[in-house]
Design a protein around this ligand. Structure first.
Ligand code: NDP
Ligand code: OXD
Length: 316
């Protein structure tokens, strides 16, 4: 049996992790070995991030596709994706904790006006700024999945008031849960900070747009803020730029972009109240990913079962 790895974030040279976790399997590192025409006939499992289009279709004995990240939109972008193969996404406490760290950091950056203090520091300017407390702020989390629910819990510890919005109805203690398009406007109307942790699907594409921004509260303790670490395809950057220019939005934190890397000419780089990170909110740890894949393969081989299967009709 062989496992094929087609992931492009190998800079940390942690590939030994897969060999350690799956010592009896042949591991084919596609990015390194592709020019040597490796034998793909034995490949039953593939772990991919933005796979080379057509590669998965060329694996005659492929059984399971593992996404190297929590999101799977990059897998579905392959026009030749074999539709009959199960797709498993990466769900792991390591990834979840990383995302919650980022989300909590961003909420606090905006709450405590850290960017304004940074600006004043560089001017050697001593000035106290208006300071609401977390319990005055309503954070609306779009996407109450693995990541959204963990971020919610950690924000609650700091006192933030949490609302959540998902596709299906949820009942989670201490979270005001909204669901579906019918309850979206009510959810937005009470969300001072919107945190988007949605997958990219045809229903979530472009959802962070001027219409959404117009529905955010005007009576909050801070001006509305948008935080997005879901996918860049969910945001309409031209609308976000206009809302920052007009002052409707008090700030944004964006980890993902319509086009990545974000173009050098994008106006988003230059707002003091726009915090930009290069799609690093929750990078998959290679050792954690290798452990996860090895556990799943062992379970699959003994029982035929897999966790965290993607529903291909929903797209996530
Ligand atoms: P989950 O599948 O666990 O959760 C997704 C949530 O989004 C669910 O609550 C789901 O609702 C909700 N949702 C999906 N479609 C809709 C819709 N049309 N309307 C309302 N709610 C919707 O995913 P994760 O929490 O694990 O990950 C979320 C996303 O985060 C990933 O898909 C990926 O794009 C992104 N991500 C980004 C990273 C980064 O570094 N920037 C790192 C990791 C992930 P329901 O519960 O009803 O199904
Ligand atoms: C993911 C990501 O989906 O890093 O895991 O974007």
């Amino acid at each position: 049996m062989a496992l094929l790895l087609d992931i492009n974030f190998d800079e940390h040279n942690k590939f030994g992790a897969f060999e350690r976790e799956l010592p009896d399997e042949t591991i084919i590192h596609w990015q390194i070995e592709k020019d040597n025409n490796p034998d793909l006939a034995a490949v039953r499992y593939a772990v991919v991030w933005k796979p080379q289009p057509g590669l998965l279709a060329s694996l005659a004995n492929l059984e399971v596709i593992f996404s190297a990240g929590a999101g799977v939109d990059h897998v579905f972008e392959d026009p030749l994706l074999p539709k009959d193969k199960p797709v498993v996404r990466f769900v792991d406490p390591d990834l979840t904790s990383r995302m919650s760290e980022w989300v909590v950091l961003q909420c606090l950056m905006h709450l405590r006006q850290q960017r304004n203090y940074d600006k004043n520091q560089f001017k050697h300017h001593w000035q106290e700024l208006d300071q609401p407390i977390a319990s005055e702020i309503r954070v609306g989390i779009m996407g109450l999945g693995e990541l959204g629910q963990d971020a919610a819990k950690k924000l609650q510890v700091l006192g933030f008031r949490i609302n959540g919005w998902s596709r299906s109805r949820k009942d989670i203690s201490n979270i005001d849960c909204y669901c579906g398009p019918d309850e979206f406007d009510d959810f937005l109307g009470i969300s001072d900070i919107v945190v988007c942790l949605l997958p990219l699907t045809n229903k979530t594409k472009g959802i962070l747009n001027a219409g959404l921004i117009a529905k955010l509260p005007k009576d909050g303790a801070i001006k509305p803020v948008i935080i997005n670490a879901g996918r860049g395809g969910s945001q309409v950057e031209v609308d976000i730029v206009k809302a920052l220019q007009s002052g409707i939005l008090g700030g944004v934190s964006l980890d993902v972009f319509e086009n990545e890397p974000l173009e050098k000419t994008s106006p988003l780089w230059d707002f003091n109240n726009a915090i930009i990170t290069p799609h690093v909110a929750a990078v998959s740890s290679i050792p954690a990913l290798a452990r996860y894949v090895a556990t799943q393969i062992s379970r699959y081989e003994s029982s035929g079962k897999l966790d965290n299967l993607v529903d291909t009709t929903r797209g996530y």
